[in-house]
Design a binder for this molecule. Structure first.
Ligand code: TXE
Length: 490
């Protein structure tokens, strides 16, 4: 029912600045469909001048239109209308997203779009719920912390969840009264344009949210370095996050929120419960979106007692997947985004084996999918702690398996030297779960589940190489406001 013809989806291209499409005919970067590798449109490589134009318009319009000065409730109302329009647009927006991204159409319609709308609605509700602070100063004075918008927030999003990542960045920044210039990934640029169009239809003054297209090296870097961009919010790789941190100090100083890579463990104890149920959880954790999620749980660290039954179930489940184009209603399994990502997965699996790893299942592309990169769910055992498949973020449906005997050994194996994004702990023993939670170096710990819920109040963000600051929660809203200290003598 949800299937559609990918050649019949029409969409706008170019940059979206001041509520209008521009630079449409200056396409330079071809964009490909992940399912079959076909090039279907191109985008402009926006240079520093175009970025400056977008930033200046955002700065002017947030003031002239009254957006920054509007009552928080008014801003909230616009965001809630925007969420409603996103949901109403699902039949079209869903096709646009499924056409150009790795997300199957059913997944986009049933999860990604409701999730995107709800995140924006959440920040619409935050707008008038969080205030500054009254500070305990001398009796004849009044000390206050007064929040205010930064000005223009520069947002940069990745290709793995284009719509929801845009909502995580725009929702809090706009609710707090900022203007926004967003650069989506050059691999998945079009659904974000539609999102911005819907925002204007919902009542967001034109020019408060602008979308610029281009590569990270040119457009992204120009956005980060622009002096009128007062805060940067980024989701992507750890290497690019480091570059952005350094660029943020290039032309004045600005805070950065960085949501970066991960190599998250799934720590399974003998008393985790029904191995079939635990296997289903582990499977979702590393195969959802073809493993292309920063939070993917890609290291199984399993106690020896439960291991044989758990691995048996996992092998059966892994072998049940079938590839299909993302525009087919029956598609349940994502392709890798492009050839570069496919070759990265291939290289790391090969290197893992050269370093002593053994393929239990998968380890190659699905036969007959040579146009796109559909990688078979892969289990790798025999991996030492320094194996590349244990160390590096592969960003594909690949799970390493390591075994342990006692609790301390399991927790030690679950730690990672570089990354600290998430961890899954599977045990029915409360003391074991709590000790593991306290010991693990991870910004999020899921106990007897793996993956986010619809509880937007729970922030997300990593430790160490996995990032700085939080997306979601009230923390993301507050991070889009600067705090002014005020002292009044009376
Ligand atoms: O990421 P980049 P890529 C990881 C994953 C993947 C690897 C490479 O391991 O295999 O990163 O993917 C923009 N200044 N993740 O190359 O480069 C870029 O245009 C400003 C994890 O796609 O981080 C895009 O919009 N912006 C991840 C965005 O950054 C720059 C999601 C992400 O691209 C820039 C994606 C620069 N100098 C990949 N360079 C996650 N955390 O979920 C690039 N960009």
């Amino acid at each position: 029912m949800l299937s559609f013809d990918p050649n019949k989806v029409e969409f706008s291209t170019g940059n979206y600045i001041d509520g209008q499409y521009c630079h449409k005919n200056q396409g330079q970067i071809p964009v490909h469909r992940p399912s079959d590798g076909q090039s279907y449109a191109d985008i402009p490589e926006s240079g520093a001048q175009v970025v400056a134009q977008a930033v200046e318009i955002a700065e002017q319009q947030r003031i002239r239109s009254g957006w920054s000065e509007a009552s928080p409730r008014q801003r909230g109302a616009v965001l809630r209308r925007w969420a409603d329009l996103i949901e109403a647009d699902a039949p079209y927006l869903g096709q646009l997203e499924a056409l150009g991204s790795t997300r199957p159409i059913s997944d986009v319609i049933h999860h990604e779009i409701p999730f995107t709308a709800e995140a924006i609605r959440f920040y619409g509700e935050c707008a008038d719920k969080y205030s500054g602070d009254l500070l305990p100063t001398r009796k004849d004075s009044l000390g206050m912390l007064v929040p205010e918008p930064y000005g223009v927030v520069g947002a940069i999003t990745p290709w793995n969840f284009p719509l929801s990542m845009a909502s995580w960045k725009c929702g809090p920044a706009l609710a707090a009264g900022n203007g926004v210039v967003l650069k989506p990934s050059e691999l998945t640029p079009f659904s974000t344009l539609r999102l911005a169009e819907l925002a204007v239809q919902a009542g967001l003054p034109a020019g408060v949210l602008n979308i610029v297209q281009g590569s990270g090296r040119h457009t992204g870097s120009a956005l980060v370095k622009h002096p009128q961009v007062r805060k940067v919010s980024f989701t992507g790789s750890t290497a690019t996050g480091a570059q952005i941190m350094s660029d943020a100090g290039f032309n004045g100083m600005k805070p950065v929120t960085l949501e970066l890579g991960g190599k998250s463990p799934q720590l399974v104890f003998n008393d985790a419960g029904d191995p079939a149920e635990v296997a289903a959880r582990i499977l979702r954790g590393f195969t959802a979106n073809g493993g292309q999620a920063c939070v993917a749980g890609t290291r199984l660290v399993v106690q020896r007692g439960i291991a044989p039954a758990l691995i048996d179930h996992l092998l059966q489940l892994c072998q049940s997947f079938r590839p299909a184009n993302t525009w087919q209603g029956s598609c349940q399994y994502s392709p890798l985004i492009d050839q570069r990502q496919g070759e990265k997965v291939q290289r790391l699996v090969q290197q893992c084996c050269e370093q002593g790893g053994e393929i239990l299942t998968g380890g190659q592309r699905f036969a007959g999918t040579e146009q796109g990169w559909f990688w078979q769910p892969t289990l790798l055992s025999g991996v030492a702690a320094d194996n590349c498949a244990v160390q590096e973020e592969i960003f594909g449906p690949v799970l390493t398996v390591q075994y342990f005997d006692d609790e301390d050994e399991g927790i030690a194996l679950a730690q990672h030297e570089t990354y600290g994004l998430c961890a899954g702990v599977h045990t029915l023993s409360l003391p074991v779960a709590m000790r593991a939670m306290q010991s693990l170096n991870a910004g999020t710990v899921w106990i007897n589940r793996y993956g986010r819920s619809g509880d937007f109040i729970i922030p997300t963000g990593g430790f160490m190489g996995s990032g700085i600051g939080k997306d979601l929660g009230r923390q993301a809203f507050q991070a889009c406001q600067r705090q002014k200290s005020v002292l009044i003598d009376f």
